[in-house]
Write a protein that binds this ligand. Structure first.
Ligand code: SF4
Length: 250
């Protein structure tokens, strides 16, 4: 059994079923402190200079890597520097710039529609409230949350695929629904930890706690993690081939 660092909290690879709310909150803070120390550069990996560029980049990042988005956005942002320029365009004008991002027709349509709504209802500016952002075409709750936390708008703990997976493995949620996962993460961390907490889980998911094969042996929070749903190798499984016995000399 591996002892956790917090008094009264022990982990043995099973779900910490008897952990109190207070213990879970303390563990969550320790997990975040460790991740922050391990990844001091954790930040959003999409390139942007303005709120509009952030909104468009996050919309493009659905089903696409941040790296790919960053490849296409310099030319896109140069051609469309404002909500007005997108609003005056047709989706077919945007499509050639984002063709390699996947779902590019739907994304182009949504970006133009969202820009038209920004011009018509928000003087071309990106609103900073999550509810208002969510009303824009193509902007879901996660996208609205990501935009808000990086622009100093509404507090949020946006749940993407990494956050959802890690929140479960770390024993902070048992839920599948992203809204419920977000509520569980918000319950174990104070609001001032939500923005960085979101980013740290995303980074940890990309660098260590991989979807198919989490690298628990290298993980800085391994002793604080119940590893829920992670299939550990059998305890007695050999990690490497046994050495051949030396040949008896004849
Ligand atoms: S890598 Fe393993 S120990 Fe680390 S958070 Fe993921 S499941 Fe937990």
């Amino acid at each position: 059994m591996v002892l956790g660092l917090l008094a009264g909290v022990t982990y043995n690879g099973a779900v910490p079923g008897r952990e109190t709310v207070s213990e879970k909150r303390k563990r969550a803070l320790t997990v975040m402190d460790r991740l922050a120390a391990d990844m001091p550069d954790a930040r959003i990996e999409l390139d942007y200079r303005t709120p509009l560029e952030l909104l468009v980049a996050v919309m493009l990042s659905a089903q696409c890597t941040d790296k790919r988005v960053n490849i296409v956005t310099p030319a896109l942002f140069q051609r469309f520097p404002s909500a007005q320029t997108y609003a005056e365009a047709e989706p077919s004008d945007v499509e050639p710039f984002i063709r390699t991002c996947g779902l590019y027709r739907a994304k182009a349509k949504n970006i133009v529609a969202a820009a038209r709504a920004l011009v018509a209802e928000h003087a071309g500016q990106v609103p900073l409230t999550r509810d208002t952002l969510e009303k824009l075409p193509g902007v879901g709750r996660k996208t609205a949350g990501v935009v808000c936390i990086h622009l100093g708008g509404d507090a949020a703990f946006p749940v993407d695929t990494h956050v959802k997976r890690l929140a479960y493995r770390l024993g902070f949620t048992t839920k599948e629904d992203p809204d419920k996962v977000e509520a569980d993460m918000q319950a174990v961390l104070p609001p001032e930890r939500w923005t960085l907490g979101h980013q740290l889980l995303v980074w940890h998911g990309r660098r260590t706690c991989f979807a198919r094969s989490p690298d628990c042996a290298r993980c800085v929070v391994a002793d604080l993690c119940p590893k829920k749903g992670v299939k550990a190798p059998p305890v007695d499984a050999p990690t490497e081939k046994p050495a051949r016995p030396a040949r008896a000399k004849s």
